[in-house]
Write a protein that binds this ligand. Sequence first.
Ligand SMILES: Cc1ncc(COP(=O)(O)O)c(C=O)c1O
Length: 380
Amino acid sequence: MPTDKIIYLDNAATSKVDQEVLDSFNQISLKYYANPSSIHHLGQEANRLLEKSREQILKLLSLSHHDVIFTSGATEANNLALKGYAYANRNRGNHLITTATEHPSVLNTLKKLEEEGFNLTILPVNEKGQIEVNSISSAIRDDTILISVMAVNNETGAINPIKEIGEIIKKYPKIAFHVDMVQTIGKVDVPLENVDMLSIAGHKIHGLLGSGVLIKEKKIILKPLLNGGGQENNLRSGTNTLALSASFAKALRIAIEHQKENYKHVKSLADYLLNYLKDNPDKYVINSSCKDNPYIVNFSLKKHKASVVVEALSNRNIMVSSLSACHSKGEDYSYVVYAMNKDMCLAHNTIRVSFSYENTLEEVETLTKELTSIIKEIKQ
Ligand SMILES: Cc1ncc(COP(=O)(O)O)c(C=O)c1O
């Protein structure tokens, strides 16, 4: 029976903006409309709010000695970190390292650098979707300058050992360590010591689409990708969208302040879904380990086409992903799940359910009932 209310379980793709964040955005847009680079007092007031937002972000993440560069989201932050660092540090070495399950905004950026003459090593992941720490040590060469490893995978929720990797990399002063933190912030704790650059997107934490940051250690030198008026410490020219920047800081504060209680709630939802999946081993294979991250539950259908099931769920007002939103219009299999289990059939038929604190147990109960009913109908 179709539900009348939308059940949104695609929060890893993007999350609904928090009303408080949207209110801030509107108020700031109306009050601080001057250009933060203008020297008149309205411009200077805007600039003070901009600088306060930067300070607040660093304080929330307990970071000092860092710069915050506001961007349009994580794709831009990842591009600036990787290309910016590679171009600025080419005289120090030519070798870059990453993992097979990175988001396309990291993988494709590094592949582009490879086309331009850099050497790229893409490391495999284990069956849990995690990078093995010693594979990083073995891949490091004399000419390695940059390593990029995501903290939490956007398709499976797998958590990488960022602390341990950071400890290895810090022994090599020439190498910068970049971490894509998009699916991590406000969800699971990942220690940031020894991380030189990190990317975050506002829209994954109930902030606004079009907001994001690259945070980098002050000592890290980047080449800007945009040239112009020299805003953002000459790293991202263009008039700063103050209302987006300040509301990003607000979304971050709300996400971090409520992280513990949200985690507990989301865990109860994930547990319900996992129990349902485990009770039906003839139909589903669970791809996520979910032990430490309940926000993303990824599973494969053993006998059915994921795209058909996702469409049927959508017709019943339940929104989930068959692949991550970033490549669901291109490739038709999950390279992330394939990298874990090397089973093309399962990689073709993955479903990702991604939660937010706004979801309820009733919604997950409805999801499981509808899944059972759809699969029965398809059989008939
Ligand atoms: C892990 C990860 N990195 C980067 C991105 C890209 O973020 P944005 O949509 O802000 O460009 C995403 C978006 O899904 C993501 O999940």
